[in-house]
Design a protein around this ligand. Structure first.
Ligand code: HEM
Length: 459
């Protein structure tokens, strides 16, 4: 068996002459703007991987320098060691930044730090664990709704479930089986930023039908939040959701968050937390359904719990299930690339990268690099042993990003994914109608192009 990693690192980390430019595709049809690059990133990433044996690949988009970084050390430099020298940049400004410019994903510097500090307590471990019974109850209700023996479009169904969980967590509202401004906002925004359509390439102020629908849906969401706030002020009941924290918690100077910023934070969390978690579950179920012996191992582990809907306390007894989720996030990272822009010239991989360039840090490539993973294309949850993780370079695996801007919802998402997957696998055996290999589409998140159909069979 090949060694996990190490040898390749020495091969590629070589001295560069000053002023040397990294290799990359010349004159590929990438003219246009950043979103055109995002439009067919698969072809682009695959080409960079196959043609250029380099940890830094250079390309140009609409007169801007683009660099793709695939060495874990460089990724660590950008995300952790020198994170202050980078901003999120154009890609973020044109997507969530256009809808929620004061939300946690979009802001930077002191403004971002102040809000991250204020919001962080909502994501402490103890706080997250209080959501577990609700997540279990919602997962159980969802399992009841699955028709045994009939095909279901599992990605769509799971998006509904994670949206319900998020609405309850953020706003303490039960939107199960209801048409709401919350569900509508998240659907319309997804449609607006679907890069397979034309609308994603135009700024939000251009009055296209999709832009107008998106702005309307965002406004409806903000209005719905305002209504909830008004109802609360009338009822005087203590709530324990993210909205209350945003409304009540004080900044160090004794002020509280202004109303528009509260709305935009909620929009940001809805945007960041719902599809990502649903996709994690979708891919995990697909991988289990297409690898029956791995699914059998999950069933064995669950059966040893001795019945009853799995709870947060049971998760410690489900190590294989945890490995399944880790491995699904390796193979199909829902946030498949992280973007940054350096504010000054920086040295990366021996090259000088000019200020204002767009850097892509693609999990998609790094997570499938044979320098770090044996048989990288294979679904092998059992690879995630303690010793493997000790040897793995830290940024050879970063489904939740890293450094100060790492995903604030990571614990929430992993607990939710483990509880839901445990509940569903306990109740069903999944058979896949959709065949491997999956046809994927890199939109804002990594989506199955034609959805994923599975047949759940009651056990
Ligand atoms: C499996 C599910 C999830 C994945 C794969 C994921 C992935 C990520 C990644 C890669 C980042 C870093 C982006 C960057 O550095 O540019 C991020 C940031 C973020 N995520 Fe998640 N996420 C998930 C679930 C969630 C959930 C459930 C929430 C909220 C409830 C959430 C809220 C956020 C927020 C607010 C940020 C911005 C944090 C900051 O800049 O301070 N995410 N996420």
């Amino acid at each position: 068996m090949a060694t996990s990693h190490g040898d390749g690192e020495a091969e590629r980390r070589v001295e560069r002459a000053p002023g040397e430019t990294p290799p990359g595709p010349d004159g590929v049809p990438l003219a246009g703007n950043t979103f055109q690059f995002v439009r067919d990133p698969f072809a682009f990433y695959e080409r960079c991987r196959e043609e250029f044996d380099s940890d830094v690949v250079h390309y140009r988009i609409a007169g801007t320098n683009g660099y793709m970084l695939t060495h874990p050390d460089d990724i660590q430099t950008v995300l952790v060691e020198r994170d202050r020298d980078f901003v999120k940049g154009t890609v973020v400004e044109q997507s969530i930044g256009a809808i929620a410019p004061t939300g946690l994903i979009s802001t930077s510097g002191a403004e971002w730090q102040r809000d991250r500090n204020l919001i962080q307590p909502a994501f402490y471990r103890e706080r997250i664990e209080t959501h577990a019974p609700m997540m279990g109850e919602y997962a159980s209700g969802f399992a009841d709704s699955l028709p045994s023996g009939e095909p279901v479009r599992i990605d769509d169904r799971l998006k509904g479930l994670t949206l319900d969980v998020l609405a309850k967590t953020l706003l303490d509202v039960d939107v199960r089986d209801k048409q709401t401004a919350i569900g509508h906002a998240s659907e319309t925004i997804a449609e607006r930023f679907d890069t397979s359509g034309f609308s994603a390439y135009l700024p939000l102020w251009v009055p296209t039908p999709a832009n107008l629908r998106c702005k309307r849906a965002v406004q409806d969401f903000f209005d719905a939040v305002d209504e909830i706030i008004a109802e609360r002020q009338a009822e005087d009941e203590e709530r324990d959701d993210l909205l209350s924290l945003l409304l009540e918690r004080e900044y160090p100077d004794g002020t509280t968050m202004e109303p528009q910023r509260v709305r935009e934070q909620l929009m940001t969390f809805l945007f960041a937390g719902h599809e990502t978690t649903a996709l994690t579950l979708t891919y995990a179920i697909f991988l289990l359904a297409t690898n029956p012996e791995k699914q059998a191992r999950v069933h064995e582990e669950l059966d040893a719990l001795g019945g009853g809907t799995p709870t947060a306390a049971d998760l410690a007894d489900l190590p294989y299930l945890e490995q399944v989720i880790q491995e699904a996030l390796r193979l199909y990272p829902p946030a498949f690339v992280i973007f940054r822009e350096p504010t000054n010239d920086v040295e990366l991989g021996g090259y000088t990268i000019p200020a204002g360039s767009t850097l892509s840090l693609p999990q998609w490539n790094v997570h499938r690099d044979s320098r770090w993973y044996d048989d990288p294309e294979q679904f092998r949850p059992e690879r995630w042993t303690e010793s493997m993780e000790e040897e793995l370079p830290e940024y050879a695996y970063y489904p939740f990003g890293g450094g100060p801007r790492h995903c604030i919802g990571m614990r929430f998402a992993t607990m939710e994914a483990r509880l839901i997957l445990a509940t569903l696998c306990q109740r069903f055996e999944f058979e896949s109608v959709t065949e491997a290999p999956l046809d994927l589409s890199m939109q804002i998140t990594l989506q199955p192009s034609d959805g994923i159909d599975v047949i759940p069979r009651a056990r």
